[in-house]
Design a protein around this ligand. Sequence first.
Ligand SMILES: C[S@@+](CC[C@H](N)C(=O)[O-])C[C@H]1O[C@@H](n2cnc3c(N)ncnc32)[C@H](O)[C@@H]1O
Length: 228
Amino acid sequence: MGKYRLDMNDLDISQDGIILEIGSEHGGGSTEKLYDYAEKNDIVFFTVDFDSQIINRLPKNIEGYNCTGQDFLRALFPAMDLKISFVYLDNFDYEFPEIKGKPFVKRQKKRYDILGVKMSNDASEDCHLEQAELCHLYRTNPFYIMMDDTYQRELDSEYEGKGAKVIPWALENGYTITESEKFGCNPWDGYVLLRHGTCKHESCLKKATEGALCSYHHYGPMTGENDG
Ligand SMILES: C[S@@+](CC[C@H](N)C(=O)[O-])C[C@H]1O[C@@H](n2cnc3c(N)ncnc32)[C@H](O)[C@@H]1O
């Protein structure tokens, strides 16, 4: 999980849809945090990971699916007749230049090989884009995409990381960047929170009428619930 604090209480997450995580718990605490929020707010939560070792170690009360996010959204989700309010995309791993060739990346590549997938940054970007597009079909109003391991380069303002293709697609398709870590953060600490539709939160409405369009950014390290 990036630096996103997953304090979702200040978002306007609809109870008409589910919370979905693609890329389950790896010690970052994401699955538990999303599950806790969903449980408290009477929202269904699913997590999806293509590695059975990850799904098998989830606590029994968490509903995990062992397949790729794309397969889940294409083959299983349509029959469930559900919508999605919030999706946390943090799966197909990305080799940022700063971590190229590190032992843990070599281990990731070996694991992907065993699971029959060739790890590459291009494939990661495509995979997250396909998932975002599929989730978009089932969106509630409003709908959030939390795109992890994604940051904006200071040099040319382009996005790099897992969401490199998701962000331009989202901006062309009516999404607003609600929050992001940018400029100067570690690439793997970066995240971009996108919203589609109308936010009914008082504070957002106030900002919107003031012309700020419910959009704000964190520029430095955040304190508190970050777990890298
Ligand atoms: C960075 S980890 C997830 C970290 C987790 N969100 C956390 O904060 O602890 C990435 C996970 O994505 C999974 N993965 C990779 N490609 C996938 C795909 N196409 N669909 C579903 N899971 C995938 C990997 O098995 C791995 O468990």
